[in-house]
Design a protein around this ligand. Sequence first.
Ligand SMILES: Cc1cc2nc3c(=O)[nH]c(=O)nc-3n(C[C@H](O)[C@H](O)[C@H](O)COP(=O)(O)OP(=O)(O)OC[C@H]3O[C@@H](n4cnc5c(N)ncnc54)[C@H](O)[C@@H]3O)c2cc1C
Length: 291
Amino acid sequence: MFPAAFDYRRPASLDEALGLLTDDGDAAKVMAGGQSLIPLLRLRFAQPGVLVDIGRLPGLSGFSRKDGYLKIGALTRHVDIERSSELGGPFPILPEAAHWIADPLVRNQGTVGGSICHADPAGDWGSVMLALGADFVAHSSSGERVIHAADFFQGPFTTALKPDEVLTEIRIPVGSGKAGGAYNKLERKVGDFATVAVAVKDELDGGKVSKAGIGLTAVGPNNLKATAAEKALVGHEPSDAVIAEVAKLAAAAAEPKDDVRGSAEFKKDVVRVFVQRGLKTALARAREARE
Ligand SMILES: Cc1cc2nc3c(=O)[nH]c(=O)nc-3n(C[C@H](O)[C@H](O)[C@H](O)COP(=O)(O)OP(=O)(O)OC[C@H]3O[C@@H](n4cnc5c(N)ncnc54)[C@H](O)[C@@H]3O)c2cc1C
């Protein structure tokens, strides 16, 4: 099938893009890498009147460390994160997760911001950002606002973003202690969306966990934050018994459905196993990290 007819606009600046979104209201749709939107257009699940292609806007890709945050431009491609040695040291979870996304063709074009805004419950970046406690910066013609990852994902393919807003930046707190993270994903074949995946992050202070984050992929209506499991880890020495209890709580937070990828019961158990496995890796990484 071919997409329905639409006007194509390629603004030269963010201000121009925001102006187009204000003028055209709900009829306008932003396109970044097009890896999720183009298939939707072809199936006519999306039929915008105006397509605002922001994919090559200057100043919205790359990363830097500033003001206690790792700042990632929304247009940063998955491949740029996957291949970054600069990120791999302090944030091993980021290249690890990027490597699990799709295949090299999609990773070359797709953007981290596009993936977050698409809000596929089986998308990988959402869970990673929930685990890392990220903030998302959105711009519209009326200004800037910051949305916590925990408030951003509101349902399948539904976010807190308004139609006239563009996600411009992801801010990940760097933290002061020894931090680690890990992303484990089960897929049916290379390049597939997750059957289940789990992102974990921990920060250590004197042998105890001072901060924890757990994000779950493909086991609910959107990427889920396993809040009760996180709370059960903070303030404790991460013994095997504590980790086992945290993993049980994370599995209880999952709301998977039976489908072609497996039964709900199986998926909950994968969550439990991946939380244990991920935490052990993340704790080892935190112990090795330089403060
Ligand atoms: C074959 C295939 C396999 C895939 N496998 C995986 C996988 O294993 N894991 C995974 O996580 N993803 C997977 N994806 C999705 C892929 O990661 C996409 O790159 C990503 O979801 C969308 O990024 P994009 O830049 O291409 O966004 P686009 O397709 O351009 O846009 C997606 C949506 O986000 C909106 N949008 C994009 N950027 C912004 C912005 N800055 N501000 C506001 N709204 C914005 C668009 O309006 C649209 O609604 C796969 C895709 C394909 C085609």
